[in-house]
Design a binder for this molecule. Structure first.
Ligand SMILES: [Ca+2]
Length: 380
């Protein structure tokens, strides 16, 4: 036990946020998180604290309506996060117009189909709108061996093979573990229409960054048996894509099977909610965003500009693996910040000042959030 504590303490020290060389946590960005009618707890206190103290503006869009999202999603917004909510039936042209400004990061995060509360088909139209080939599966990922005490509490164990994965890999000490609390998987559409297995494919412009263990199983938990329940329909076992990135023009789309930037179940954190053991959640999120902002997007924008000046006909879409050659040691702030630094800018919604975070976190422990109850009853 003592050895374990020492190891964990060392790991935390290694990632205590003192940049050495190379990249630091991204700064100067405006990140809009739209929870809308999201199904799980909306708190992003850890992310908010880390990114505002690093000099970003984080708009915590709890309770925002789609109309207010439309108003807020101006050219000043560099990144839009859409965690597991329902945008079905909405005119999404405004998201496409924002995306087409270029140099943006769109993060579409799903959830499992537990109880039918989250339906991927209600969020996938966003991916379609911006021209992504990636889709959230309408099922769930269970892992009988790599989990935090129950098979739906999935611990991912594998990073991918591209440059984004490599950037994250440089930050990983020990065995890679990332927590996804009841996630779904990511598949892709072949020829814009046929649900297809992303596990063995090597697609231009797409990199699978985080994968499940070889033992994870795809299931159709709510028995919806739709075309979007792709991986369960092929009885997929193992290496299920849980987080993938795609470049589209000078933009990047991130698709993940859970909202890993949220406080929920400490996914954006470094301890597993049940065993208390270490996992790399916030390190992955922070390294991913910093690498994308500091290396990938500038490269895409540069290529885009060069292409425009040399040819009117050449497509500017570029592959992640072939265009990002810079290897940079990434050092980012990884633990949940406890800084009392004032948020950079007054935000228009219910963003939580860092100074009251401890109180909020205490209160959060007593709030009977629907998903917690659901999952508690589910886990028996
Ligand atoms: Ca389903």
């Amino acid at each position: 036990m003592k050895q374990f504590i020492v190891v964990v303490s060392l790991l935390l020290l290694v990632h205590s946020g003192i940049p050495t060389n190379g990249l630091e946590l991204v700064s100067g960005k405006t990140i809009l998180v739209f929870n809308g009618g999201g199904i799980s707890s909306p708190e992003i206190n850890g992310f908010y604290a880390n990114y505002t103290s690093a000099g970003n503006q984080v708009i915590n869009g709890t309770d925002l309506t789609v109309d207010s999202l439309r108003t807020l999603l101006t050219s000043d917004v560099d990144s839009l996060f859409l965690p597991a909510n329902d945008l079905s039936g909405e005119n999404l042209t405004f998201i496409k117009e924002w995306f087409d400004l270029g140099g943006r990061i769109l993060w579409v995060a799903g959830d499992s189909d537990f109880g039918g509360y989250f339906i991927s088909d209600n969020l996938n139209p966003v991916l379609e709108t911006v021209g992504s080939v990636l889709r959230l599966d309408s099922g769930a990922v269970n892992d009988p061996t790599s989990n935090d005490g129950a098979s739906y509490r999935v611990i991912a164990t594998q990073l991918g093979n591209g440059s984004v994965s490599d950037a994250i890999r440089t930050e990983i000490v020990g065995n890679f573990k990332m927590y996804f609390h009841a996630p779904t998987a990511v598949y892709y559409l072949n020829n814009n229409s046929v649900p297809s297995d992303l596990r063995e494919e090597s697609l231009d412009n797409v990199e699978v960054v985080v994968k499940s263990s070889p033992d994870a199983v795809a299931i159709d938990q709510d028995l919806s048996a739709g075309s979007g329940d792709f991986y369960s329909s092929i009885n997929a076992v193992g290496n299920l894509p849980l987080l993938a990135v795609e470049t589209i023009g000078s933009n990047v789309v991130i698709v993940s099977g859970d909202s890993v930037f949220k406080d929920f179940k400490n996914m954006y954190g470094n301890t597993l909610p049940h065993s208390g053991e270490f996992h790399h959640g916030s390190i992955v999120v922070d390294t991913l965003l910093s690498y994308l902002w500091q290396e990938v997007i500038p490269s895409l924008e540069s290529n885009s500009t060069n292409s425009e000046t040399t040819s009117n006909t050449t497509t500017t879409q570029t592959t992640i693996q072939s265009n990002i050659t810079t290897t940079t040691q990434t050092s980012v702030q990884s633990s949940t910040a406890t800084s009392t630094q004032t948020p950079v800018q007054e935000t228009p919604s219910r963003s939580v000042p860092v100074s009251i975070m401890p109180i909020m976190l205490m209160v959060a422990g007593f709030v009977p959030l629907r998903k917690r109850i659901l999952n508690a009853s589910f886990s028996k």
